[in-house]
Design a protein around this ligand. Structure first.
Ligand code: SF4
Length: 328
């Protein structure tokens, strides 16, 4: 259903949307870059409030979040639409198109949460949740008012303006943010966006909630050793504890480059580990994705696919006492 856009400016004969860094000028009857925000009879509206394309229960490791409530599940919900146009999009059916939806009110969503076993809360994911901002904001706020112990997780491309992000963050516990590459050229050419706003989002989120980062390494586009090092150095400048997930790309949507060479990903992981304490590999079977203490090397969390065994009780290594960036 339609709902009023929460961040915009009224101009003489149009509006300027202020939700994301595209800052689109929108005329009556036209849409912004996301194809979700429009002006109808002078009213600035988002068209996807409560419109759900996917609702399921996933292991939290699938978001991916490896250092937030490991071994728990999370109710995962998504709508349609995105403010990027990544050529390799793995979810293009819901990010770039308008598929069938089912309306789920915030109240209905809240009522589902406690009925699921081993569930820690709600993850806004699948499509770009910041493009579902009006619903996600209302839902996150009400979820926390209803029960502050329910986790709110956001899996995002990080392309959001400061004001809406700051309004949302008090209700968010954890985020996985894509850092898709480390050049504006890549963000422009492959994703239809800019790098700098994403870096700003990562810094702001690190001040407010648990953060993990995902980078999809795309063959011949952003899979150089130098770029992996730049990404890791930037993250370390924010917080060297932030876990980085280096994921393997497979051809999809408009991108037909070969799947990423696994050897290149392991070399990139080694490079990133020079700067960061926790670097994992995604979309590759049979690799060691356990968490070890960065000081003494003790095993903290054992992972085999989405099967997870937690070997520590609190936020410290039980062998050497090192504080671990993990929320249990
Ligand atoms: S959310 Fe972003 S892409 Fe969509 S209309 Fe607003 S500024 Fe444009």
């Amino acid at each position: 259903m339609d709902s009023k856009i929460l961040f915009y400016e009224n101009l003489e004969d149009k509006i300027r949307c202020r939700v994301c860094p595209h800052n689109c000028f929108i005329d009556e009857g036209k849409f912004g870059v996301c194809k979700l925000r429009t002006v109808k009879n002078g009213e600035p509206l988002a068209i996807n409030y409560g419109e759900v394309t996917s609702l399921s229960v996933d292991p939290i490791e699938k978001k991916p979040l490896y250092h937030y409530k490991p071994s728990k599940d999370i109710l995962s919900i998504g709508s349609f639409g995105c403010n990027m146009t990544c050529s390799f999009c793995q979810n293009y059916e819901i990010s770039q198109n308008r598929p069938a939806t089912e309306f789920i009110s915030v109240e209905k969503l809240i009522s589902i949460i406690p009925t699921i076993e081993n569930n820690v809360g709600v993850a806004f994911t699948y499509n770009e949740p910041m493009m579902w901002y009006e619903y996600m904001y209302d839902a996150s706020k009400k979820i926390k008012e209803h029960n502050k112990d329910t986790s709110v997780v956001v899996v995002t491309n990080g392309y959001i303006n400061e004001e809406p992000l700051s309004a949302l963050l008090p209700y968010v516990d954890a985020m996985n943010i894509d850092l898709k590459g480390y050049t504006n050229k890549y963000y422009n050419k492959v994703c239809g966006a800019k790098l700098e706003p994403v870096l700003e989002t990562i810094k702001r989120c690190n001040d407010h909630c648990h953060v993990e980062i995902t980078t999809l390494l795309v063959t011949d586009e952003n899979d150089s050793l130098e770029e992996a090092g730049e990404i890791a150095k930037f993250i370390a400048s924010v917080n060297e504890n932030i876990p980085l997930h280096l994921s393997r790309y497979f051809p999809k949507y408009k991108m037909d480059n070969e799947a990423t060479n696994i050897e290149k990903i392991t070399v990139a992981q080694k490079e990133a580990k020079k700067y960061l304490k926790y670097v994992y590999i995604g979309n590759v079977g049979g690799v060691d994705n356990n968490t070890y203490c960065s000081k003494c090397g003790a095993l903290l969390v054992r992972r085999d696919g989405y099967s997870t065994e937690v070997c520590i009780k609190g936020g410290r290594c039980e062998v050497c006492g090192e504080e671990i960036y993990i929320v249990m």
